[in-house]
Design a protein around this ligand. Structure first.
Ligand SMILES: [Zn+2]
Length: 189
């Protein structure tokens, strides 16, 4: 359920809590196929359809935008987060890089990690800050809003989360705007 606009939301290391969307509201938007990371990428239906329009428009301009990670369960996010805690040494340090389980925008089905399909050939790995230097990113910065998408964690974001040029959230529907209302207002205090 979206959070009422006037309620106080308790963040964890700067991340807002999100409920897992019901699976029957998801559609498959892509398959991602790099080595051991092969999987289907799923999004909430309306967000997914908007993503198709975005990808097609970018393609018309010679760009190749690929969906890398969409919906995630709380259980899967726990695995990702625990791996970061091992790597970084503490939950607080891990939370700059990865949201704790129950606090990821990916639970909503409205967030999507994007890559530049040409980047691998240029030696740029997916999900790195260098995505911010790609043509795909430049196009997104200019055009994503026309399809209802915005960058969740720009440089120096008020949530204190690391800059994530690859991570976009859909705010093009009333439902989506309600889900992200608290995050868009920014943390309180
Ligand atoms: Zn993400």
């Amino acid at each position: 359920m979206p959070t009422p606009a006037n309620s106080t939301v308790v963040t964890k290391y700067g991340h807002f809590p999100y409920a897992e969307i019901s699976r029957d509201r998801l559609i498959v938007v892509a398959s991602y196929g790099r080595k051991e990371y092969q999987r289907y990428v799923e999004m909430e239906r309306e967000a997914g359809l908007a993503l198709f329009r975005l990808i097609n428009a970018a393609r018309d301009e010679g760009l190749w935008i690929i969906p890398i990670s969409g919906f995630r369960t709380v259980d899967y996010q726990a695995q990702l987060f625990n791996r970061q805690v091992q790597k970084q040494g503490s939950e607080a340090a891990a939370a700059r890089i990865s949201a704790p389980p129950g606090y990821s925008e990916h639970h909503t089905g409205l967030a999507i990690d994007l890559g530049d399909g040409f980047a691998a050939g240029e030696g740029i790995p997916d999900i790195t800050e260098r995505f911010g230097q790609t043509r795909a990113y430049q196009w997104l910065q200019k055009n994503a809003k026309d399809y209802g998408f915005e960058l969740s964690f720009p440089q120096n974001n008020p949530q204190g989360v690391m800059y994530e040029p690859w991570h976009w959230r859909y705010v093009g529907s009333e439902y989506a705007r309600q889900v992200f209302a608290a995050a868009r207002r920014g943390p309180v205090g």
